[in-house]
Design a protein around this ligand. Structure first.
Ligand code: F6R
Length: 242
């Protein structure tokens, strides 16, 4: 695993955006696995800046996002589709039909999950998967569990995740209780993985995930078994790593 220690959030974002740009420049028709949340916002901002300067071209890029809330249409301001439009898609020249997220409003959720895995397979897999890290070690919406989940599936969100996400809703009652997420197997099949993490509140889980035992109780710990992971974090988040 490669670890880059950045001084702060902005430097972390710049480094992560550098790695994503390198991927796009090396393979213009690459498949990017993308994440939502606070951690990658700065990375997307930096990518948009470089696109506006003419240094990056998303014309041939395809994206597949990790997850989506169940029950939210893409037009809902808290849906992950909306987040991606706001933070990246509507600012660069990626073709809207080449941006995939699980459809949280699908009538048949199981069929939607199978369909999502088929899309990823047809695309030839993910070249570079961007991940944030949840305080309980979740990646995507793969929460601590008895076993590692495999393909895309529906999850019941843990109380801690509902609490953490409630900051973005008017009230905690509005936070969806279920989501669709790529499974651990889907994530692990990505050719390269890039994890972005910032803030002292993530220091303990970073240590557990990257230097603790590999266990489904800390879903991100499986990343220790992947042969091409880059962790980009600020000093506070990496402060407990030895
Ligand atoms: C988002 C996702 C989540 C977040 C995680 C960290 O698509 O899959 O696993 O990456 O909850 O969120 P932030 O970055 O807001 O701390």
């Amino acid at each position: 695993m490669k670890i880059y220690k950045a001084a702060n959030y902005d430097e972390m974002s710049c480094k992560a955006a550098n790695i994503i740009s390198a991927q796009i420049i090396m393979k213009p028709d690459c498949v990017l696995g993308l994440a939502t949340g606070s951690s990658p916002i700065g990375t997307y901002r930096q990518l948009v800046e470089w696109y506006e300067k003419g240094d990056l071209d998303f014309a041939a890029v395809t994206s597949v996002n990790l997850d989506e809330y169940q029950g939210l249409e893409g037009t809902h301001p808290q849906s992950y589709r909306y987040f991606m439009n706001e933070n990246l898609f509507s600012h660069v020249n990626i073709a809207p039909e080449h941006t995939y997220l699980p459809n949280g409003a699908a009538a048949d959720i199981e069929e939607e999950c199978t369909h999502y895995d088929e899309i990823i397979q047809k695309l030839g897999g993910v070249d570079l998967q961007l991940l944030g890290l949840g305080h309980n070690g979740h990646i995507g919406f793969n929460e601590p569990d008895e076993a590692f989940a495999k393909g895309t599936h529906r999850v019941d969100l843990k109380e801690s995740t509902i609490q953490a996400n409630s900051r973005l809703f008017d009230s905690i009652d509005e936070v969806p209780r279920h989501a669709l997420t790529m499974g651990i197997k889907t994530i692990m099949q990505a050719k390269k993985i890039l994890v972005v993490v910032s803030g002292a509140d993530k220091a303990e889980i970073v240590k557990q995930a990257f230097q603790g035992p590999v266990t489904p109780q800390v879903p991100a710990s499986i990343l220790q078994m992947h042969n091409d992971v880059t962790l980009v974090g600020d000093e506070a988040a990496l402060s407990r790593l030895i």
